[in-house]
Design a protein around this ligand. Structure first.
Ligand code: PHE
Length: 446
Protein backbone atom coordinates (compact mmCIF):
# COMPACT_ATOMS: atom_id res chain seq x y z
CA UNK A 1 0.00 0.00 0.00
CA UNK A 2 1.17 3.53 -0.71
CA UNK A 3 2.37 6.06 1.85
CA UNK A 4 -0.30 8.00 3.86
CA UNK A 5 -1.96 10.75 1.85
CA UNK A 6 -0.96 14.37 2.22
CA UNK A 7 -3.36 17.05 3.44
CA UNK A 8 -3.29 20.84 3.34
CA UNK A 9 -2.55 22.06 6.85
CA UNK A 10 -4.72 25.18 6.75
CA UNK A 11 -7.50 26.86 4.85
CA UNK A 12 -5.06 29.58 3.79
CA UNK A 13 -2.70 26.94 2.42
CA UNK A 14 -5.44 25.31 0.37
CA UNK A 15 -6.69 28.66 -0.90
CA UNK A 16 -3.23 29.70 -2.04
CA UNK A 17 -2.63 26.33 -3.70
CA UNK A 18 -5.99 26.21 -5.50
CA UNK A 19 -5.89 29.88 -6.45
CA UNK A 20 -2.29 29.28 -7.55
CA UNK A 21 -3.48 26.52 -9.84
CA UNK A 22 -6.26 28.68 -11.21
CA UNK A 23 -4.23 31.85 -11.64
CA UNK A 24 -1.81 31.28 -14.46
CA UNK A 25 -0.90 32.39 -17.94
CA UNK A 26 -4.62 32.10 -18.70
CA UNK A 27 -5.41 34.98 -16.35
CA UNK A 28 -2.53 37.28 -16.94
CA UNK A 29 -2.37 37.18 -20.65
CA UNK A 30 -5.41 35.25 -21.89
CA UNK A 31 -8.07 37.15 -20.04
CA UNK A 32 -7.03 40.76 -20.73
CA UNK A 33 -6.54 40.27 -24.46
CA UNK A 34 -9.73 38.26 -24.76
CA UNK A 35 -11.53 41.13 -23.07
CA UNK A 36 -9.95 43.76 -25.29
CA UNK A 37 -10.82 41.97 -28.50
CA UNK A 38 -14.36 41.06 -27.40
CA UNK A 39 -15.97 44.35 -26.51
CA UNK A 40 -14.12 45.31 -23.31
CA UNK A 41 -16.38 45.36 -20.29
CA UNK A 42 -19.06 43.48 -22.25
CA UNK A 43 -16.71 40.50 -22.14
CA UNK A 44 -15.86 41.15 -18.51
CA UNK A 45 -19.53 41.16 -17.65
CA UNK A 46 -20.27 37.92 -19.56
CA UNK A 47 -17.17 36.32 -18.07
CA UNK A 48 -18.23 37.18 -14.53
CA UNK A 49 -21.67 35.68 -15.08
CA UNK A 50 -20.30 32.51 -16.70
CA UNK A 51 -17.58 32.11 -14.10
CA UNK A 52 -20.05 32.12 -11.24
CA UNK A 53 -23.02 30.48 -12.97
CA UNK A 54 -21.17 27.68 -14.78
CA UNK A 55 -17.54 27.38 -13.86
CA UNK A 56 -18.09 27.66 -10.09
CA UNK A 57 -20.65 24.79 -10.03
CA UNK A 58 -18.25 22.66 -12.10
CA UNK A 59 -15.41 23.55 -9.72
CA UNK A 60 -17.60 22.46 -6.80
CA UNK A 61 -18.30 19.14 -8.54
CA UNK A 62 -14.57 18.40 -8.62
CA UNK A 63 -13.87 19.57 -5.08
CA UNK A 64 -16.75 17.54 -3.64
CA UNK A 65 -15.85 14.31 -5.48
CA UNK A 66 -12.20 14.73 -4.53
CA UNK A 67 -12.76 15.33 -0.86
CA UNK A 68 -15.32 12.58 -0.65
CA UNK A 69 -13.06 9.95 -2.18
CA UNK A 70 -9.77 11.26 -0.82
CA UNK A 71 -8.10 9.83 -3.89
CA UNK A 72 -6.76 10.64 -7.35
CA UNK A 73 -9.17 11.21 -10.24
CA UNK A 74 -9.43 7.61 -11.47
CA UNK A 75 -10.12 6.08 -8.06
CA UNK A 76 -12.36 8.96 -7.00
CA UNK A 77 -14.64 8.72 -10.03
CA UNK A 78 -14.76 4.94 -9.65
CA UNK A 79 -15.74 5.21 -6.01
CA UNK A 80 -18.88 7.21 -6.78
CA UNK A 81 -19.92 4.91 -9.63
CA UNK A 82 -22.32 2.16 -8.55
CA UNK A 83 -22.25 -0.34 -11.45
CA UNK A 84 -19.57 -2.02 -13.59
CA UNK A 85 -20.40 0.12 -16.63
CA UNK A 86 -20.20 3.43 -14.82
CA UNK A 87 -16.96 2.22 -13.21
CA UNK A 88 -15.52 1.59 -16.66
CA UNK A 89 -16.59 5.06 -17.77
CA UNK A 90 -15.01 6.44 -14.59
CA UNK A 91 -11.66 4.87 -15.41
CA UNK A 92 -11.84 6.19 -18.98
CA UNK A 93 -12.66 9.74 -17.88
CA UNK A 94 -10.03 9.66 -15.13
CA UNK A 95 -7.33 8.54 -17.53
CA UNK A 96 -8.43 11.00 -20.21
CA UNK A 97 -8.00 13.73 -17.57
CA UNK A 98 -4.51 12.50 -16.66
CA UNK A 99 -3.43 12.40 -20.30
CA UNK A 100 -4.99 15.77 -21.12
CA UNK A 101 -3.38 17.53 -18.18
CA UNK A 102 0.00 16.01 -19.04
CA UNK A 103 -0.23 17.43 -22.57
CA UNK A 104 -1.39 20.78 -21.20
CA UNK A 105 1.70 20.80 -19.01
CA UNK A 106 3.89 19.91 -21.99
CA UNK A 107 2.95 23.11 -23.86
CA UNK A 108 2.62 25.19 -20.71
CA UNK A 109 6.24 24.35 -19.85
CA UNK A 110 7.41 25.76 -23.19
CA UNK A 111 5.66 29.09 -22.65
CA UNK A 112 6.76 29.19 -19.01
CA UNK A 113 10.32 28.59 -20.19
CA UNK A 114 10.08 31.75 -22.33
CA UNK A 115 9.01 33.63 -19.20
CA UNK A 116 12.11 32.50 -17.33
CA UNK A 117 14.36 33.41 -20.27
CA UNK A 118 12.82 36.88 -20.40
CA UNK A 119 13.25 37.19 -16.64
CA UNK A 120 17.00 36.69 -17.02
CA UNK A 121 17.23 39.18 -19.89
CA UNK A 122 17.16 42.37 -17.76
CA UNK A 123 19.60 40.76 -15.31
CA UNK A 124 22.02 40.04 -18.16
CA UNK A 125 21.71 43.60 -19.39
CA UNK A 126 22.30 44.98 -15.90
CA UNK A 127 25.56 43.03 -15.88
CA UNK A 128 26.46 44.39 -19.31
CA UNK A 129 26.15 40.96 -20.94
CA UNK A 130 24.35 42.15 -24.04
CA UNK A 131 25.21 39.06 -26.09
CA UNK A 132 23.64 36.82 -23.46
CA UNK A 133 20.61 39.13 -23.29
CA UNK A 134 19.98 38.89 -26.99
CA UNK A 135 20.41 35.09 -26.90
CA UNK A 136 17.83 34.95 -24.09
CA UNK A 137 15.25 36.89 -26.05
CA UNK A 138 15.76 35.29 -29.46
CA UNK A 139 13.43 32.42 -30.27
CA UNK A 140 15.57 29.34 -30.87
CA UNK A 141 15.35 25.60 -30.32
CA UNK A 142 18.34 25.50 -27.97
CA UNK A 143 17.09 28.32 -25.76
CA UNK A 144 13.58 26.88 -25.63
CA UNK A 145 14.86 23.41 -24.79
CA UNK A 146 17.09 24.63 -21.97
CA UNK A 147 14.32 26.64 -20.32
CA UNK A 148 11.74 23.87 -20.68
CA UNK A 149 14.11 21.69 -18.69
CA UNK A 150 14.75 24.44 -16.10
CA UNK A 151 11.03 24.98 -15.61
CA UNK A 152 10.23 21.28 -15.36
CA UNK A 153 13.02 20.76 -12.81
CA UNK A 154 11.46 23.50 -10.67
CA UNK A 155 8.02 21.91 -11.00
CA UNK A 156 9.26 18.41 -10.17
CA UNK A 157 11.24 19.67 -7.18
CA UNK A 158 8.15 21.19 -5.58
CA UNK A 159 5.92 18.18 -6.29
CA UNK A 160 8.61 15.88 -5.01
CA UNK A 161 8.43 17.62 -1.61
CA UNK A 162 4.78 16.63 -1.14
CA UNK A 163 1.44 18.31 -0.54
CA UNK A 164 2.26 20.24 2.62
CA UNK A 165 5.99 20.83 2.27
CA UNK A 166 5.92 21.32 -1.49
CA UNK A 167 2.63 22.56 -2.94
CA UNK A 168 1.25 24.34 0.13
CA UNK A 169 4.53 25.85 1.25
CA UNK A 170 5.45 27.26 -2.15
CA UNK A 171 1.96 28.43 -3.07
CA UNK A 172 1.68 30.25 0.27
CA UNK A 173 4.92 32.08 -0.46
CA UNK A 174 4.44 32.71 -4.14
CA UNK A 175 0.79 33.77 -4.38
CA UNK A 176 1.00 36.75 -1.98
CA UNK A 177 4.16 37.87 -3.83
CA UNK A 178 2.29 37.58 -7.12
CA UNK A 179 -0.53 39.82 -5.90
CA UNK A 180 1.93 42.37 -4.51
CA UNK A 181 3.97 42.55 -7.73
CA UNK A 182 0.79 42.82 -9.80
CA UNK A 183 -0.55 45.72 -7.74
CA UNK A 184 2.78 47.58 -7.78
CA UNK A 185 3.05 47.18 -11.56
CA UNK A 186 -0.50 48.46 -12.06
CA UNK A 187 0.18 51.52 -9.91
CA UNK A 188 3.33 52.29 -11.87
CA UNK A 189 1.79 51.82 -15.32
CA UNK A 190 -1.13 54.06 -14.35
CA UNK A 191 1.26 56.99 -14.01
CA UNK A 192 2.40 56.71 -17.65
CA UNK A 193 0.96 58.53 -20.66
CA UNK A 194 -1.56 56.47 -22.62
CA UNK A 195 -2.60 54.30 -19.67
CA UNK A 196 -6.06 55.83 -19.47
CA UNK A 197 -6.78 54.94 -23.11
CA UNK A 198 -6.01 51.34 -22.26
CA UNK A 199 -8.28 51.52 -19.26
CA UNK A 200 -11.04 52.80 -21.50
CA UNK A 201 -10.51 49.99 -24.05
CA UNK A 202 -10.78 47.54 -21.17
CA UNK A 203 -13.63 48.98 -19.18
CA UNK A 204 -15.95 50.79 -21.56
CA UNK A 205 -18.47 48.15 -22.63
CA UNK A 206 -19.45 47.60 -26.22
CA UNK A 207 -22.82 46.02 -25.47
CA UNK A 208 -23.54 45.37 -29.12
CA UNK A 209 -21.12 42.45 -28.72
CA UNK A 210 -22.81 40.83 -25.77
CA UNK A 211 -25.05 38.49 -27.77
CA UNK A 212 -22.17 37.51 -30.07
CA UNK A 213 -21.83 33.70 -29.88
CA UNK A 214 -18.08 34.00 -30.31
CA UNK A 215 -17.87 36.15 -27.21
CA UNK A 216 -19.78 33.49 -25.27
CA UNK A 217 -17.51 30.72 -26.51
CA UNK A 218 -14.41 32.71 -25.65
CA UNK A 219 -15.70 33.65 -22.20
CA UNK A 220 -16.70 30.09 -21.41
CA UNK A 221 -13.43 28.58 -22.62
CA UNK A 222 -11.54 31.21 -20.67
CA UNK A 223 -13.52 30.46 -17.49
CA UNK A 224 -12.95 26.69 -17.75
CA UNK A 225 -9.25 26.92 -18.52
CA UNK A 226 -8.76 29.55 -15.90
CA UNK A 227 -10.37 27.54 -13.12
CA UNK A 228 -8.26 24.50 -14.16
CA UNK A 229 -11.42 22.46 -14.72
CA UNK A 230 -12.10 19.11 -16.34
CA UNK A 231 -8.71 17.49 -15.93
CA UNK A 232 -8.81 16.39 -12.30
CA UNK A 233 -6.56 19.12 -10.89
CA UNK A 234 -9.19 20.58 -8.62
CA UNK A 235 -10.41 17.08 -7.78
CA UNK A 236 -6.95 16.09 -6.57
CA UNK A 237 -6.50 19.34 -4.62
CA UNK A 238 -9.99 18.81 -3.17
CA UNK A 239 -8.90 15.38 -1.99
CA UNK A 240 -6.32 17.06 0.25
CA UNK A 241 -8.81 19.38 2.01
CA UNK A 242 -9.70 18.69 5.61
CA UNK A 243 -13.17 17.27 6.23
CA UNK A 244 -13.82 20.18 8.58
CA UNK A 245 -13.82 22.78 5.82
CA UNK A 246 -17.02 24.23 4.39
CA UNK A 247 -16.62 23.32 0.71
CA UNK A 248 -19.10 25.74 -0.92
CA UNK A 249 -17.49 28.65 0.90
CA UNK A 250 -13.93 27.60 0.18
CA UNK A 251 -14.79 26.94 -3.50
CA UNK A 252 -16.35 30.36 -3.89
CA UNK A 253 -13.23 31.96 -2.41
CA UNK A 254 -11.09 30.17 -5.02
CA UNK A 255 -13.38 31.37 -7.81
CA UNK A 256 -13.35 34.92 -6.43
CA UNK A 257 -9.56 34.97 -6.22
CA UNK A 258 -9.22 33.64 -9.74
CA UNK A 259 -11.67 36.09 -11.25
CA UNK A 260 -10.33 38.94 -9.12
CA UNK A 261 -6.76 38.37 -10.28
CA UNK A 262 -7.84 38.08 -13.92
CA UNK A 263 -9.67 41.41 -13.62
CA UNK A 264 -6.61 42.97 -11.96
CA UNK A 265 -4.37 41.61 -14.71
CA UNK A 266 -6.57 43.44 -17.20
CA UNK A 267 -5.81 46.65 -15.33
CA UNK A 268 -2.14 46.01 -15.99
CA UNK A 269 -1.98 44.57 -19.51
CA UNK A 270 -4.34 46.87 -21.41
CA UNK A 271 -3.04 50.13 -19.98
CA UNK A 272 0.50 48.82 -20.59
CA UNK A 273 -0.34 48.13 -24.24
CA UNK A 274 -1.68 51.63 -24.77
CA UNK A 275 1.36 53.10 -23.01
CA UNK A 276 3.39 51.13 -25.53
CA UNK A 277 1.27 52.59 -28.32
CA UNK A 278 1.93 56.10 -26.99
CA UNK A 279 5.66 55.36 -27.15
CA UNK A 280 5.45 54.23 -30.76
CA UNK A 281 5.22 50.45 -30.33
CA UNK A 282 2.83 48.66 -32.70
CA UNK A 283 0.03 47.02 -30.69
CA UNK A 284 -2.44 46.13 -33.45
CA UNK A 285 -2.13 43.16 -35.77
CA UNK A 286 -2.82 43.08 -39.51
CA UNK A 287 -6.56 42.63 -38.95
CA UNK A 288 -6.69 45.70 -36.73
CA UNK A 289 -7.20 43.69 -33.50
CA UNK A 290 -4.94 43.97 -30.48
CA UNK A 291 -1.90 41.73 -30.67
CA UNK A 292 -2.60 38.76 -28.42
CA UNK A 293 -0.88 35.39 -27.98
CA UNK A 294 2.89 35.09 -27.68
CA UNK A 295 3.48 38.30 -29.65
CA UNK A 296 2.02 40.34 -26.81
CA UNK A 297 4.27 38.98 -24.11
CA UNK A 298 7.50 38.40 -26.01
CA UNK A 299 7.48 41.41 -28.30
CA UNK A 300 5.00 44.19 -27.41
CA UNK A 301 5.69 44.34 -23.68
CA UNK A 302 9.48 43.93 -23.95
CA UNK A 303 9.46 46.73 -26.55
CA UNK A 304 7.57 48.86 -24.04
CA UNK A 305 10.03 48.07 -21.24
CA UNK A 306 12.89 49.05 -23.58
CA UNK A 307 11.44 52.53 -23.98
CA UNK A 308 11.53 53.07 -20.19
CA UNK A 309 15.31 53.28 -19.78
CA UNK A 310 16.78 51.84 -16.61
CA UNK A 311 13.42 51.73 -14.80
CA UNK A 312 12.36 49.45 -17.66
CA UNK A 313 14.89 46.83 -16.50
CA UNK A 314 13.26 46.73 -13.10
CA UNK A 315 9.75 46.67 -14.53
CA UNK A 316 10.70 43.85 -16.93
CA UNK A 317 12.24 41.89 -14.07
CA UNK A 318 9.10 42.30 -11.95
CA UNK A 319 6.78 41.47 -14.84
CA UNK A 320 8.51 38.25 -15.88
CA UNK A 321 8.87 37.22 -12.25
CA UNK A 322 5.12 37.63 -12.00
CA UNK A 323 4.60 35.46 -15.09
CA UNK A 324 7.00 32.79 -13.82
CA UNK A 325 5.26 32.60 -10.45
CA UNK A 326 1.86 32.38 -12.09
CA UNK A 327 3.10 29.53 -14.32
CA UNK A 328 4.79 27.59 -11.56
CA UNK A 329 1.85 27.52 -9.16
CA UNK A 330 -0.26 26.20 -12.07
CA UNK A 331 2.25 23.68 -13.39
CA UNK A 332 2.66 22.01 -9.99
CA UNK A 333 -1.09 21.43 -9.86
CA UNK A 334 -0.93 19.81 -13.30
CA UNK A 335 1.94 17.48 -12.40
CA UNK A 336 0.20 16.46 -9.17
CA UNK A 337 -2.60 14.77 -11.16
CA UNK A 338 -0.54 11.96 -12.75
CA UNK A 339 1.81 11.78 -9.75
CA UNK A 340 -1.08 11.19 -7.33
CA UNK A 341 -2.26 8.37 -9.56
CA UNK A 342 1.19 6.79 -9.68
CA UNK A 343 1.64 6.99 -5.92
CA UNK A 344 -1.81 5.74 -4.97
CA UNK A 345 -2.65 3.21 -7.65
CA UNK A 346 0.70 1.92 -8.78
CA UNK A 347 2.36 2.07 -5.38
CA UNK A 348 5.31 4.09 -6.71
CA UNK A 349 7.24 6.22 -4.23
CA UNK A 350 6.46 9.95 -4.54
CA UNK A 351 9.92 11.00 -5.62
CA UNK A 352 10.15 8.26 -8.24
CA UNK A 353 6.69 9.10 -9.52
CA UNK A 354 7.38 12.82 -9.82
CA UNK A 355 10.76 12.36 -11.50
CA UNK A 356 9.47 9.74 -13.95
CA UNK A 357 6.31 11.59 -14.92
CA UNK A 358 8.25 14.88 -15.03
CA UNK A 359 10.82 13.30 -17.37
CA UNK A 360 8.16 11.93 -19.71
CA UNK A 361 6.38 15.29 -19.91
CA UNK A 362 9.70 17.09 -20.45
CA UNK A 363 10.43 14.71 -23.32
CA UNK A 364 7.05 15.51 -24.90
CA UNK A 365 7.73 19.25 -24.46
CA UNK A 366 11.08 18.87 -26.18
CA UNK A 367 9.47 17.00 -29.08
CA UNK A 368 7.06 19.91 -29.45
CA UNK A 369 9.94 22.40 -29.27
CA UNK A 370 11.67 20.55 -32.11
CA UNK A 371 8.48 20.42 -34.19
CA UNK A 372 7.01 23.69 -33.03
CA UNK A 373 5.06 24.89 -36.05
CA UNK A 374 3.12 21.76 -36.86
CA UNK A 375 2.57 20.65 -33.25
CA UNK A 376 2.29 23.49 -30.78
CA UNK A 377 -1.06 24.94 -31.84
CA UNK A 378 -2.48 21.48 -32.38
CA UNK A 379 -1.66 20.38 -28.84
CA UNK A 380 -3.07 23.61 -27.38
CA UNK A 381 -6.31 23.36 -29.35
CA UNK A 382 -6.90 19.66 -28.80
CA UNK A 383 -6.35 19.83 -25.05
CA UNK A 384 -8.00 23.12 -24.17
CA UNK A 385 -10.73 23.45 -26.76
CA UNK A 386 -11.76 19.83 -27.26
CA UNK A 387 -10.67 17.67 -24.35
CA UNK A 388 -11.16 20.09 -21.47
CA UNK A 389 -14.81 21.04 -22.15
CA UNK A 390 -15.77 17.41 -22.88
CA UNK A 391 -14.17 16.26 -19.65
CA UNK A 392 -15.84 19.11 -17.75
CA UNK A 393 -19.10 17.82 -19.13
CA UNK A 394 -18.24 14.28 -17.99
CA UNK A 395 -17.44 15.46 -14.43
CA UNK A 396 -20.83 17.16 -14.19
CA UNK A 397 -22.56 13.98 -15.40
CA UNK A 398 -20.72 11.92 -12.82
CA UNK A 399 -21.53 14.12 -9.90
CA UNK A 400 -25.15 14.80 -10.83
CA UNK A 401 -26.36 11.68 -12.64
CA UNK A 402 -24.15 8.84 -11.46
CA UNK A 403 -23.59 9.74 -7.83
CA UNK A 404 -26.50 9.59 -5.36
CA UNK A 405 -27.81 12.92 -4.16
CA UNK A 406 -27.52 11.71 -0.58
CA UNK A 407 -23.86 10.97 -1.00
CA UNK A 408 -23.24 14.54 -2.12
CA UNK A 409 -25.22 15.97 0.77
CA UNK A 410 -23.41 13.79 3.31
CA UNK A 411 -20.08 15.03 1.92
CA UNK A 412 -20.96 18.72 2.06
CA UNK A 413 -22.49 18.32 5.53
CA UNK A 414 -19.14 17.29 6.99
CA UNK A 415 -17.93 20.88 7.01
CA UNK A 416 -21.35 22.53 7.05
CA UNK A 417 -23.99 20.75 9.16
CA UNK A 418 -26.81 22.98 7.84
CA UNK A 419 -25.92 22.26 4.22
CA UNK A 420 -29.33 20.78 3.41
CA UNK A 421 -31.15 24.05 3.96
CA UNK A 422 -28.44 26.23 2.43
CA UNK A 423 -28.96 28.28 -0.70
CA UNK A 424 -26.09 26.37 -2.27
CA UNK A 425 -27.80 23.02 -1.93
CA UNK A 426 -31.09 24.42 -3.20
CA UNK A 427 -29.54 25.61 -6.45
CA UNK A 428 -26.34 23.74 -7.16
CA UNK A 429 -27.66 20.16 -7.74
CA UNK A 430 -30.06 21.45 -10.37
CA UNK A 431 -27.29 23.41 -11.97
CA UNK A 432 -24.80 20.57 -12.35
CA UNK A 433 -27.54 18.22 -13.42
CA UNK A 434 -29.08 20.29 -16.19
CA UNK A 435 -27.66 23.73 -16.76
CA UNK A 436 -23.92 22.98 -16.75
CA UNK A 437 -23.88 19.96 -19.07
CA UNK A 438 -26.28 21.62 -21.49
CA UNK A 439 -24.38 24.89 -21.53
CA UNK A 440 -21.06 23.13 -22.05
CA UNK A 441 -22.47 21.18 -24.98
CA UNK A 442 -24.06 24.23 -26.57
CA UNK A 443 -20.85 26.21 -26.32
CA UNK A 444 -18.82 23.21 -27.47
CA UNK A 445 -20.83 22.77 -30.64
CA UNK A 446 -20.59 26.46 -31.43
N1 PHE B 1 -5.69 27.65 -14.73
C1 PHE B 1 -4.42 27.72 -15.36
C2 PHE B 1 -4.24 29.07 -16.02
O1 PHE B 1 -5.10 29.92 -15.98
C3 PHE B 1 -4.20 26.62 -16.35
C4 PHE B 1 -4.52 25.23 -15.90
C5 PHE B 1 -5.32 24.42 -16.70
C6 PHE B 1 -4.00 24.71 -14.71
C7 PHE B 1 -5.62 23.12 -16.31
C8 PHE B 1 -4.29 23.40 -14.32
C9 PHE B 1 -5.11 22.62 -15.13
O2 PHE B 1 -3.26 29.34 -16.63
Amino acid sequence: MAAPRGEFSSRFGFLMAAAGSAVGLGNIWGFPTNAASNGGAAFLFTYLILAFALAYPALMAELIIGRHARANAVTALKSISPGPRSKMAAVAVGFAGIITVSFILSFYAIVSGWMIAFFFDPLARLLGLDGVASWLTTDAVLRNSIFVVVFMVMTVTIINAGVKDGIEKWASRLMPSLILILVLLILYVFTLPGAMDGLRAYLVPDFSRIADPLLLVDAMGQAFFSLSLGVGTMLVYGSYISKKENLPVIGSLVALLDVGIAVLAGLLILPAMYVALASGVEIFDAQGGLIAGPGLIVSVLPALFNTMGSVGLLVALAFFLLMTIASLTSSISMLEVPVAYGVENLGVERSRASITVGAVITAISLLIVFNFDPWFDRVVTTTTEISQPLLGFAFCIFVAWVWQRNGILEEIKQGDPDAESSLFFKIWPFYVKFVCPLAILVVYFQ
